[in-house]
Design a protein. Structure first.
Lengths: 309, 287
């Protein structure tokens, strides 16, 4: 009965129900109890939005507002003190280490899990996820048990003159551990999605495994890797529980930005802590925006490779 | 559902037919062997070895000592609080996360894209910063007159914040793939919107909800940075297991810390294993 031409519908409905409500063109859904529906929609939309306002938007506004509560001058004085600058550099260094290690090994792990068949493959996949499930404090404890003065490697390394615990190697280890799954988790689905076709073609045409990887695989997964790197950066910047235990938290030496926040709070220097918190919050918001851009690139790439094969 | 002879293809994420082909590429090449060795060695050193050490430390003085360590009043209360808040937070996430994903996919409103980006904020924001912000907003000097600091409700709120993205991000992609037509068909055939949702859409979303809920539970168990700021860490009241572990290490009882850690790890790893198994079964069903 219905027609795609709106004119016909109007004439038809007018002749049958002259006083009825106008029927929108193309609307074949039963439009009953529109007030009731409006109420339902208000609840369906209102409840989650209110929840997000309390949980997410409020805190976001509070961070940005807290930045300049004591004026711009005080804010910059707080974050340019020698300790603060050193803490920020320390955080950057930890993040850089974690990104490099986890990108190199993360891509290797993802490729192995996706492309090779071997005994214990599923177990390896589960192992990769584990750092997400382990509390950062437990990670710190594990590092202490390994490298502490009574740990497995501690005394041996001490003999060699290498201090791991309460020094940067342990901090790198902990930061790398907690952000290990980021790259793997992002690259694995892309590898599964693009499939074997191009790789097999390259191999058939005589490319070595290394050549295939650099020329064929890498260009396909670059945005996946980039997204994973952004996640790694976010996770590493904010690492706290683990490094709190293994760093010793010496101001100006082994103190990262999050540790500085904690110490300043303990010492009742709330303004300094808040200023540093704002710096970290801005960094993570920047990463969030970068992630949004990368996500679109990656999805675009996935669609392209999907239509190619 | 398939008895009609019509495959409801649009109801589910597309099945990757290349997965089948992948199985043929059996034998490891020489390069493959190196890759496998590298991956296994890295994971063993970075993940497996520390884990083994932790568990062995927990049972250093036998199972009796382990049991004593986790049943001291403080440790038991902390474990109970952690498990109960974890379950509660997971339950709230299951419902609110699904609802938020629903709104983000199906509804239109100004600022939707910005909100979609913001959902990931709790992942990106350092947890200690989250703690500071929560205290600033809902603490003693709250502009709204709501004081959650040093209370169990504060712990609960902080956990809700840090676990917000899990269910949203696991349900959203599935919801994007499902076709509204099936729901509309159900409504046309006389189902109320709620029945249509429950009988048509929810079954498709269920695996995503389950995965997200379990992940948020595992994440809630281990949360430290925000809790240590918000909860006040009052033993037997707001002291969670992760903070207790920190305290025990600082006061020189690594074996107690190791025992409590082992319990946390066991529960968290258990839920991750369940997630993996469920995902594999879901994939199997689709294939």
């Amino acid at each position: 009965m219905s027609s795609p031409d709106p004119g016909v519908v109007i004439i038809w409905s007018d002749s049958v129900r002259p006083s009825g409500p106008p029927v929108a063109a193309g609307s074949e859904r039963p439009r009953v109890q529109s007030w009731n529906k409006l109420g339902q929609r208000a609840v369906l939309l209102g409840v989650p939005l209110a929840y997000l306002a309390v949980l997410l938007i409020g805190p976001l506004v509070a961070v940005l507002q807290g930045a300049f509560a004591d004026g711009v001058g005080a804010f910059f004085a707080a974050i340019t003190s020698a300790n603060a600058v050193h803490a920020l550099l320390m955080t950057l260094a930890m993040t850089a280490f974690a990104i490099v290690l986890n990108t190199v090994f993360g891509v290797a792990i993802a490729w192995t899990i996706c492309r090779d068949r071997f005994f214990g493959r599923a177990f390896l996949g589960g192992l990769v996820d584990l750092p997400f499930a382990v509390s950062p404090v437990v990670v710190g404890l594990m590092a202490m048990l390994l490298f502490g003065s009574h740990g497995w490697f501690g005394p041996g390394l001490k003999g060699l003159g290498v201090d791991v615990l309460f020094s940067w190697p342990a901090m790198v280890l902990v930061t790398t551990f907690v952000s290990l799954p980021c790259v793997v988790r992002e690259v694995t689905p892309v590898l599964e999605e693009i499939g074997l076709g191009e790789e097999e073609a390259a191999r058939t045409l005589g490319a070595s495994r290394a050549q295939t990887f650099v020329r064929v695989v890498l260009p396909n997964i670059r945005w996946g890797i980039a997204y994973g790197v952004a996640l790694t950066a976010a996770r590493s910047l904010g690492e706290f529980g683990g490094v709190l235990l293994v760093s010793g938290g010496l101001a100006g030496k082994t103190e990262t930005a999050t540790l500085l926040i904690y110490r300043e709070l303990e010492e009742r220097h709330d303004a300094t802590a808040h200023a540093m918190a704002v710096v970290l919050a801005c960094a993570s918001i920047l990463i969030l925006v970068a992630m949004e851009v990368l996500k679109h690139r990656r999805d675009h790439e996935l669609r392209q490779s999907g239509s190619k094969s | 559902m398939t008895t009609t002879g019509i495959q409801p293809v649009d109801m589910h994420p597309p099945v990757n037919d290349r997965r089948v082909r992948r199985g043929r590429s059996g034998g490891l090449g020489r390069g493959g062997g190196i890759g496998l060795g590298l991956a296994t060695a890295y994971l063993s050193i970075v993940v497996l070895l520390p884990l083994a050490l932790l568990v062995s430390k927990a049972f250093d003085d036998g199972a009796g000592a382990f049991w004593d360590a986790i049943t001291t009043p403080e440790a038991w209360a902390a474990l109970k609080l952690t498990m109960l808040t974890g379950i509660g937070v997971a339950a709230v996430n299951a419902i609110m996360g699904t609802l938020i994903a629903w709104v983000l996919v199906r509804d239109q409103f100004p600022g939707k894209r910005a909100l979609d980006t913001l959902i990931d904020l709790p992942f990106a924001l350092p947890t200690i910063v989250a703690g500071i912000v929560i205290v600033a907003l809902y603490g003693p000097s709250s502009p709204f007159g709501i004081d959650l600091a040093y209370k169990v409700s504060g712990v609960f709120f902080a956990l809700l914040f840090v676990t917000l993205p899990f269910v949203v991000r696991t349900v959203q992609p599935v919801l994007l793939e499902t076709d509204v037509a099936y729901e509309e068909a159900a409504v046309t055939l006389g189902a109320t919107p709620w029945v249509a949702f429950r009988k048509v859409t929810l079954p498709a979303l269920w695996p995503g909800i389950r995965t997200g809920t379990l992940l948020s539970f595992a994440r809630a168990l281990g949360e430290f940075g925000s809790i240590v700021i918000v909860s006040g860490n009052i033993p037997r009241r707001t002291l969670t297991a992760a903070v207790l572990i920190y305290g025990e290490i600082e006061s020189g009882h690594p074996e107690v810390a190791a025992a409590v850690s082992t319990v946390l790890l066991g529960v968290a790893f258990g839920s991750i294993v369940i997630v993996e198994a469920l995902q594999r079964r879901a994939r199997h069903e689709l294939a």
